[in-house]
Design a protein around this ligand. Sequence first.
Ligand SMILES: Nc1ccn([C@@H]2O[C@H](COP(=O)(O)OP(=O)(O)OP(=O)(O)O)[C@@H](O)[C@H]2O)c(=O)n1
Ligand SMILES: C[C@](O)(CO)[C@H](O)COP(=O)(O)O
Length: 404
Amino acid sequence: MQPEEQFSCGVVIVAAGRGERAGQSAEGPKQYRTIGDRPVIAHTLDIFATWPGAGPIVVVIHPDDEALFAAARMCMSGRADLSVVHGGATRQLSVLAGLEALSGTGAPYVMIHDAVRPFIDHALLGRCREALGSGAEAVLPAIAVADTLKRTTEGRLVEETVPRAGLYAAQTPQCFRLEAILAAHRRASASGRSDFTDDASIAEWAGLPVLLVEGAADNVKLTLKRDISMADERLSRHAVPDVRTGNGYDVHQLVEGDGVTLCGVFIPHERKLSGHSDADVALHALTDALLATCGAGDIGDHFPPSDPQWKGAPSRIFLEHAAKIVREHGGTITNADISLIAEAPKVGPHRQQMRENLAAMLDIDLDRCSIKATTNENLGFVGRKEGIAAIATATVVYHRGKKN
Ligand SMILES: Nc1ccn([C@@H]2O[C@H](COP(=O)(O)OP(=O)(O)OP(=O)(O)O)[C@@H](O)[C@H]2O)c(=O)n1
Ligand SMILES: C[C@](O)(CO)[C@H](O)COP(=O)(O)O
C-alpha cells in the first residue's frame, strides 16, 4: 500500500434528502436534528474531517438547507474547508452532483457516505482504504444479515423464507476509483436511471467488480424517528455536560433613607443603599455571576455607572440582560444562589418574594432560586451597618455549538 500522504480519498457526503420517513421536526430534515449536543451532519463530517486519509470533502445539500447547513458547520470541531453543492431529487442524482464537483480536484478515489450515518468510525474508513489500496475498484462495507428473512405478499402473508446465507446489508461509505464510478453514474443517468438506492449497485450495473469489506454494527443509518432518539440517547449517555459556574460579589453603602431594594423587593428601613441605579446589591452580584459563565465581562462593562440612563434604574434590567446573553451563548440557567450579608433589615420575611422575583426575571423554576442571609456578627463595615454585601453563584449548562 502507498504511504498515507500519497493516497488520500476524496469524500462525498450526501445530505440533500428530505427525511420523510423520520417525520417533521422544527430542526429541519433528519441530518440537521440534534443528537448529543449538535446536528447529525456535524458528527458525520467531523469523523471525516479528522481522518488523516481524507482528501477534499464535498457536501451535497438541498438548496433549501443553506442556512441549516451553515449553522451545522459552525458546530464542527474538525477542519471546515468543505465544498458545498446542491443535490437532486434522488440520492443517486445527489451523489452524481457530488462526484462531478469532486472530479475537478484530482482526487483518485472517492468515499461516498450518507450524512445520516453519524457513527462511522476511523477503523472502518481504514478498512475501506486498505481495500482500495490493494487494487479494488469498488469497495462496499456491509454486515451479514442476522435475522431470518421472509418474503411476504402485499397482504402481509408470508410467501417464503429467504435463505440468508451470503446476504449482506449494505452500508456506506462505498468507495471507488473516482473516474470509474463517475463514468458509471453518468451512464446510468444518461440512460434514464435515477432509482439506484446505492452506488455499489450502479457499479454492479456498470460491470465493475465490487469487493465487500466488513462494515460496522454501529454504522447505522438514521432513517426513522426512533433511530434519531436512540442516537441522541446513545451520545448523551457518554457526553460530558458543559456545566459552568460563575460567582459575583457586590457591596453598597448604607446612607440616610427610607428603605432598601433587595432582589426587587422594597424593604422599609431607616437607611437606604446608595448607588447609581436602585443599588440592588443582590441582583448586581447575580448579574456578574451569570456574565461570568460565558466570559461576558461584568455589569460595569454593560451598564457603565457613568451612563446617565441607568440613574435610578431598576436592577432587574441588568439581570435580564445578563440572562439574555447567557441564552444567546447557548446556556440554560439551572441555578441561582445569593447570600446577603447584612445586620439589618431582616431578610427572612421577604425571602419568598425575592425568590419569586428571581424565578420570574430568569424565567426558571422557583426551586432553582435560592436566597440566604447572614449577619456579619457585628464585625467590619457590615457589622457597623455601613453597608450590605452580596455573594452570588450562577450555574449554567451550555449546549456546545448551540447559539440561540
Ligand atoms: N435526493 C436525495 C435523497 C437522499 N439523499 C441523502 O442520502 C442519504 C440516505 O438517504 P435516506 O436515508 O433515504 O434519506 P432521505 O431521502 O432524506 O429519507 P426519506 O426517504 O425518508 O425521505 C441521506 O443522507 C440523504 O440526505 C440525498 O442526498 N439526496
Ligand atoms: C446507500 C444506503 O445507505 C446503503 O444502505 C441506502 O441504500 C440508502 O438509503 P435509502 O433509504 O435507500 O435512500
